[in-house]
Design a binder for this molecule. Structure first.
Ligand SMILES: *[C@@H]1O[C@H](CO)[C@@H](O)[C@H](O)[C@H]1NC(C)=O
Ligand SMILES: *[C@@H]1O[C@H](CO)[C@@H](O)[C@H](O)[C@H]1NC(C)=O
Ligand SMILES: *[C@@H]1O[C@H](CO)[C@@H](O)[C@H](O)[C@H]1NC(C)=O
Ligand SMILES: *[C@@H]1O[C@H](CO)[C@@H](O)[C@H](O)[C@H]1NC(C)=O
Length: 585
């Protein structure tokens, strides 16, 4: 088995024409600052360890608002709705860039503001399409002035991980209608690890073990979800992507061993590693999450070609040096920024990471979500784990200092442009209690799920009222097995639980459906949800018992139809195959 390691260099194009040749707009009062975002308390387990050393510089990105506010949303609905004439007419990288480009005046105004603070145009570059500006090498004192901020070093309790952040920032009043968000500012993030149970099984025959203990393996899943007989045929075109954050690497030896035991028909399970921002990729230091994710996408979708994105930034193993004294990388934004620059992107991408939605500043969450929308408009299916905390982990208190208790939805799973995957257990299947699900406090309810969610509310009555936001995006969308997955790690069999398990399984099924579409010369499925909630809903096994306790409550219950525990249910590959969209044009 072999893999190829490939480094993505973020080639930033230096802005020359639009900014430098533009006439300077009449300067507004740059000192009239309005708060853009501020926490009342420092999020999570971060603690300030004071000012960074004098002379520290920072790079930050400014997301500009698009010229036409609804252009992207309208396009996603057209190309992803099986009943629309434009279904499957996905956009190219350049077409999306045009769609989301800011007004030229927005660029001029922001440039004038940066110059006012002495930032040279040579330190400002633009990401593709010009709707993201990156400002490099700015003294922290200048950044504090620009953003009405107070950048400090923060450390995550119990680790040596430090980041440079501010609990609040502001922008001149005149810029608020032009700027979506600035990062890194108030996004702290939280290291999230999958639930794991270290039941070692060294020396026991893998096949015998799984048969006796009713554990989950690719054979169980392929039979349960009805994909055993399908033979992939579009390996020249189809690809599946798996993301790895926080220093999670894949062992190719473990993968090979896993496939030999659990997919004996498979050989040479390849994957391409794309290293983004010096993740330190090292196959000799495999992680639970990374091994799990790729073992199960391979277990489901082999021989579909795989890409593993090893993403540096906010890594637990960050080691400062003199050039980069602090870890200022943003994994989601940084990863997505790299993704949208690519001409060709895997048609299906599986991500088993996330965190409480309230730990993401709303502007930041919206920017990240919009980038997922851009990938959707280009025909990419994005799957995210729904989380492992039922309706909420911890004390479920709002992090605004108010002490109010409410259910805690998980981001990016709540982004309306991703497909969120919850968990089930047992055969026949019931909801897994850990399966996170609920309702966003940031994103309103998308049209595609209105009927499904209202149907659930009718069954719910007024139970839990006040603990969740009834007007917003509900998740998960679908589910799959989440308990007792067998993986290989460091040459040993281990058991893992969590929606981290469910997500690569559903991603594998979706990738097989994309394979079929491609082999029939049809467009791939792209952003899935409009199809899932309409024609495809009967292609899922409805899960109608179990619940997801949390926040001192019994949580929501799985009921007939959609519910915020198991979504529409678990996939049946053959029934989904019969319900694939067939574009008429
Ligand atoms: C521009 O960037 C360079 C290198 O990152 C840095 O040395 C310089 O101080 C920056 N200039 C300004 C005005 O920020
Ligand atoms: C933090 O760094 C110190 C000194 O380099 C080291 O001894 C300690 O083990 C580190 N702690 C963690 C949690 O990594
Ligand atoms: C990687 O570095 C580039 C350039 O500094 C930056 O624009 C990007 O956001 C970074 N990506 C990640 C994943 O941190
Ligand atoms: C409920 O969700 C909407 C978005 O759908 C949001 O605008 C609103 O602030 C949320 N309400 C609360 C109390 O968080």
């Amino acid at each position: 088995m072999h893999y190829l390691r490939l480094s993505v260099l973020c080639a930033l194009t230096v802005i020359t024409t639009p900014l430098e040749s533009a006439a300077t707009p009449f300067p507004p009062n740059w000192n009239h600052m309005h708060t853009k975002h501020r926490w009342n308390v420092i999020p999570g387990k971060w603690e300030s360890i004071g000012q960074p050393p004098v002379g520290t510089t920072i790079d930050f990105s400014i997301a500009l608002k698009p010229h036409r506010e609804h252009a992207l949303t309208d396009t996603i609905h057209e190309v992803s709705n099986p009943n629309h004439l434009k279904y499957g007419a996905y956009l190219s990288k350049d077409q999306v860039a045009k769609l989301v480009a800011p007004h030229p005046y927005t660029l001029k105004l922001v440039e004038t503001w940066l110059r006012h603070h002495g930032v040279s145009p040579s330190n400002v570059s633009t990401s593709h399409g010009g709707n993201w500006l990156t400002v490099t090498g700015v003294a922290v004192s200048t950044a504090n002035e620009l953003l009405g901020a107070s950048y400090q070093l923060y450390r995550y309790a119990g680790t040596n991980e430090t980041i440079l952040r501010t609990v609040g920032y502001a922008l001149p009043a005149a810029l608020h209608v032009h700027v979506q968000t600035v990062a890194p500012t108030t996004y702290f993030g939280s290291p999230l690890t999958p639930r794991k149970r270290a039941r070692g099984h060294r020396g026991r025959a893998a096949a015998a073990l799984s048969a006796r203990d009713g554990l989950v393996t690719p054979a169980i899943l392929r039979s349960l979800y009805n994909s055993v007989t399908y033979q992939p045929a579009a390996m020249e075109q189809n690809r599946i992507g798996v993301t790895g954050f926080h220093g999670q690497y894949v062992s190719d030896e473990d993968l090979e061993k896993f496939m030999r035991h659990f997919r004996s028909d498979a050989n040479d399970p390849n994957f391409l590693v794309i290293d983004i921002n010096d993740s330190g990729y090292d196959p000799n230091k495999p992680g639970w999450e990374a091994n799990l994710d790729i073992q199960y996408t391979q277990g489901m979708a082999w021989p579909t070609p795989h890409v593993f994105y090893s993403i540096g930034g906010l890594a637990e193993e960050f080691i400062p040096d003199s050039f980069t004294p602090v870890n200022t990388n943003e994994p989601y934004l940084g990863w997505l920024d790299t993704m949208i620059r690519q001409e060709d992107i895997p048609q299906t991408i599986s991500t088993s990471y996330g965190g409480d939605e309230q730990t993401f500043p709303p502007d930041y969450a919206k920017s990240v979500c919009e980038l997922f929308g851009q990938l959707g408009a280009r025909g990419v299916s994005i799957l995210f784990a729904s989380g492992d905390e039922g309706v909420g982990g911890g004390d479920c208190k709002k992090n605004d200092g108010s002490g109010v208790v409410e259910f805690q939805p998980i981001f990016p799973a709540t982004c309306p442009w991703v497909t969120s995957v919850g968990g089930t257990m047992g055969r026949p299947e019931v909801a897994a209690p850990l399966s996170s699900g609920g309702f966003s406090n940031v994103f309103k309810r998308p049209d595609y799920q209105t009927d499904a969610v209202l149907g659930f509310f009718q069954q719910l009555g007024n139970q839990h009222s006040g603990l969740y936001n009834a007007s917003s995006r509900g998740h998960p969308d679908v589910a799959a097995q989440a308990i007792d997955f067998v993986i290989f790690l460091d040459d040993e069999l281990k058991l893992v639980d969590g929606t981290s398990c469910s997500t690569p399984v559903v991603a594998g099924i979706i990738s097989l459906l994309n394979d079929y579409q491609l082999s029939m010369n049809r467009p791939v499925l792209g952003f899935l949800n409009p199809w899932l909630y309409s024609t495809a809903s009967q292609g899922f096994n409805d899960i109608t018992s179990g619940s997801n306790p949390g926040c001192g409550t019994d949580g929501f219950s799985a009921v007939p139809g959609w519910d915020p525990v198991t979504g529409l249910g678990t996939p049946d590959f053959q029934r989904l195959l019969e319900r694939l969209p067939i574009p008429t044009n």
